[in-house]
Design a protein around this ligand. Structure first.
Ligand code: BG6
Length: 517
């Protein structure tokens, strides 16, 4: 990690960043014919090319089982960009970008395929001056990692046994393991070949502008931090609601579920950014140290505590935006008897001086009425209800500070105000900051930000080994309890509703309610 690199430098084109000279590099994508490469990686790389943010001497080498040539890869890459880029294709930029794309077809375990890759990398190094620096992107399930890493070690693509010129970094996609044990094992495998500083575990939520802004909002302003603690905060609600179902990802999702797919990574990342102490500096080590401390402070749930502090659900057939949608068990590649959860709600406590006894309520689900990710901090009520005798107290809602991660990105503060005229009437009002209205530039996609950071050697926005393990250890008691309990009576919420009744009961037991979104 490049110590001291400002977080914001990777957030979008700026005069300073435009002058930044990136080291030459060849980026190798394992899984280059897959969905992630098609939807996210190639469009992100093209947008970086459009902004002239890629290294001047750069190449992308796709590696996959598909029997493609360089030309076929380029043709398909153009389709990816046409379909998924946030900006249209510019022919001149495309031409030069396409010339930097190469392809190797082969099996991940085949020595011959790795030999072909090594030969191509040598050729690319000569022709495009990529300088022996390699950024490997593992856009594949973790079962392939040992094969790929083993292959690279044998051909000298990485490894401590080989004298190499240039650096080798690796970007690893989620899911990083399926539980604490498998995450530890993956860390061991990756560390066999890479130093931790060269490992970039992706959680694409950290690349989102609004997520990065949590740190700026909290620590660049003087007015919020003094009230950001148990003395003033009643509780925090973090919601990741999706209206989509599992689509074509049934086989992955059915073996995974919402707890592993969203809570263990994206939601615990949001929680750590909201709950962390101010880091001593804005660099990868300091920021991640503080996030890890939060994860270590999260109280682990076990046995019956899990039943009281969690709710899980699975969607049944229902209606979303006027369209009838199938139930989870009717989706492609999903077992008709599946016990996989598509909804999770849970209550966590961060046992620290700052947050003791403040509940953090988390909920996420597929096929909810709308797409909405937000963090809402509810403050305690005013200590003395001065207006009790002259105004309707039931209208006196508590103050909320809401960070809208997506869509309609922004931050709002809800406070009480007097309705003009007499008698005194009190109503909530909002102070609203809306990104789209305040900044007229389009934000880069999370993948643009994260790929650029990896090219720059800045791991601030990536998950560290101890962090990923700490996050899994929070999940361990819940996974164990859920596995040992009898199968839940699924499906238990209709598509297009806000989840199972258990989710409401979870907060209502504490005398609270979920925010209406
Ligand atoms: C992915 C999950 O990590 O995040 C998906 O695997 C989920 O199931 C997606 O749909 C949500 O990402 P975003 O950026 O649309 O909120």
């Amino acid at each position: 990690m490049s110590a001291g690199t400002p977080l914001s430098a990777s957030g979008g084109p700026s005069a300073a960043a435009a002058e930044e000279a990136l080291e030459p590099c060849a980026m190798v994508i394992f899984g280059a014919s897959g969905d992630l490469t098609h939807r996210m990686l190639l469009p992100a790389l093209y947008n970086l090319a459009l902004d002239r943010r890629l290294p001047p001497r750069f190449a992308v080498v796709g590696f996959a089982r598909s029997d493609w040539t360089d030309d076929e890869f380029r043709r398909r890459a153009r389709q990816s960009v046409q379909q998924f880029s946030r900006r249209p294709v510019d022919d001149a930029v495309w031409e030069s970008f396409a010339n930097s794309l190469f392809f190797v077809s082969g099996e991940y375990h085949q020595p011959q395929a790795h030999a072909r890759l090594a030969a191509l990398l040598k050729k690319v190094e000569k022709e495009r001056g990529t300088g022996g620096n390699h950024l490997y992107y593992l856009a594949l399930p973790p079962t392939t990692f040992p094969l790929i890493i083993g292959g690279l070690q044998k051909t000298g693509g990485i490894g401590r046994d080989h004298q190499r010129d240039g650096w080798a970094r690796v970007i690893v996609e989620k899911p990083f393991g399926a539980d604490l044990e498998s995450a530890r094992e993956l860390n061991r495998q990756v560390h066999n070949a890479f130093r931790e500083d060269d490992v970039y575990r992706i959680d694409h939520y950290l690349g989102k502008e609004t997520v990065q802004n949590i740190l700026v909002f909290r620590f660049a302003n003087g007015i919020f931090e003094p009230i950001w603690n148990r003395r003033y905060v009643d509780h925090v609600q973090i919601t990741v609601a999706e209206s989509i179902g599992v689509g074509q990802r049934g086989s992955y999702y059915d073996a995974t579920g919402a707890l592993r797919d969203i809570v263990q990574n994206h939601m615990l990342q949001l929680l750590s950014l909201v709950a962390m102490e101010p880091p001593i500096a804005f660099n990868g080590r300091a920021v991640r140290n503080e996030k890890v401390k939060v994860l270590h402070a999260v109280r682990h749930l076990a046995g019956e505590e899990v039943d009281a502090a969690t709710a899980r659900g699975q969607y049944a057939r229902g209606w979303i935006s006027g369209q009838e949608v199938p139930g989870y068990r009717e989706e492609d590649n999903v077992s008709p008897h599946s016990a996989t959860e598509t909804f999770v709600a849970l209550r966590l406590f961060v046992d620290s001086w700052r947050w003791a006894d403040v509940p953090f309520y988390l909920r996420t689900g597929k096929r909810l009425p709308k797409r909405s990710t937000e963090i809402a901090v509810q403050f305690k009520r005013a200590p003395h209800l001065l207006f009790r005798d002259i105004a309707d107290v039931s209208a006196m809602e508590p103050n909320f500070l809401t960070i809208r991660i997506q869509p309609n990105e922004g931050i709002s503060i809800k406070f009480l105000t007097k309705v003009p005229g007499s008698p005194v009437r009190i109503r909530p009002a909002n102070m609203d900051f809306i990104y789209g209205a305040s900044f007229l530039v389009q934000a880069p996609s999370a993948y643009e930000t994260l790929i650029l950071d990896a090219l720059r050697g800045d791991a601030t926005l990536f998950t560290r080994a101890d962090e990923v393990e700490a996050a899994w250890s929070i999940m361990a008691g819940v996974l164990e309890r859920w596995q040992s309990a009898p199968p839940p009576a699924f499906p238990d919420y209709e598509a297009g509703t806000w989840g199972p009744a258990g989710a409401d009961a979870l907060v209502e037991r504490d005398g609270r309610e979920w925010r209406r979104l």
